[in-house]
Design a protein around this ligand. Structure first.
Ligand code: 2PG
Length: 232
């Protein structure tokens, strides 16, 4: 039986400060580090020993991956980083406080920006220093692929080809695969794996540091899914 673990990074400093984060590179909080280690402990208890790991190019996901693997004594496995697993880009909201933004624009508008399937937040201007084209980690990419904002739909449009061309084949080749990523890049993947409608995915939340396990049959069809924090 093939198993895939989807792990949202532990609490970040900006999760703690209630700020829109997206592609901003912020590290884990103290609690986030504990959650990452606990995720590794839970995986060990359930006999999950990843043979290969995938993560984004953002520190909070990389450190979560690393800390979980450290707990599993598997720092030696291949760990592949790719921007396509990054968090959804939060556009011009990046860095703002979520409660203050709701007070200014209304709860309803902020909910649409946060959870609607296809409405992106306002985009960053080309000259905005927060634009990914100024970040050296994306220097090797075609500038046309770099987003100035993203909806969940546009996030899925970059996550899905990566799933189909890289992660899914790895699930076929290995017994156990770990993907340490972000709330919305993982929601995009869950929408695809669970066959959820555009409407249904708006109600799905993924908790920080909670390993979500998918079991696959030999044809790579989903057989079962469960959260380890809920007891497996
Ligand atoms: O700020 C973010 O990038 C995300 C995840 O923390 O927030 P939200 O819950 O609004 O998707």
């Amino acid at each position: 039986m093939k198993r895939l673990v989807l792990l949202r990074h532990g609490q970040s400093v900006w999760n703690l400060e209630n700020r829109f984060t997206g592609w901003h590179d912020v590290d884990l909080s103290e609690r986030g580090r504990e959650e990452a280690t606990e995720a590794g402990r839970l995986m060990a208890r359930h006999g999950l020993a990843p043979d290969i790991a995938f993560t984004s190019v953002l520190t909070r996901a990389i450190r979560t991956c690393w800390m979980a693997l450290d707990e599993l004594q598997r720092l030696w496995i291949p760990m592949i980083k790719d921007w396509r697993l990054n968090e959804r880009h939060y556009g011009a909201l990046t860095g703002l406080n979520k409660a203050e933004t709701a007070a200014e624009y209304g709860e309803r508008q902020v909910h649409v920006w946060r959870r609607s399937y296809d409405t992106p937040p306002p985009p960053l201007g080309d000259e905005d220093p927060r634009h990914p084209r100024f970040d050296p980690r994306y220097a090797g990419l075609d500038p046309a692929v770099l987003p100035a904002t993203e909806s969940l739909e546009s996030t899925l449009e970059r996550v899905l080809p990566y799933w189909e061309s890289v992660i899914q084949p790895a699930v076929g080749e290995h017994d156990s695969v770990l993907v340490a990523a972000h709330g919305n890049s993982l929601r995009a993947l869950v929408k695809h794996l669970d066959g959820l409608s555009d409407e249904a995915i708006t109600g799905v939340e993924i908790a920080t540091g909670d390993p979500l396990v998918y079991e696959f049959d030999d044809e790579l069809g989903v057989r079962d899914r469960y959260s380890l924090r809920d007891g497996g």
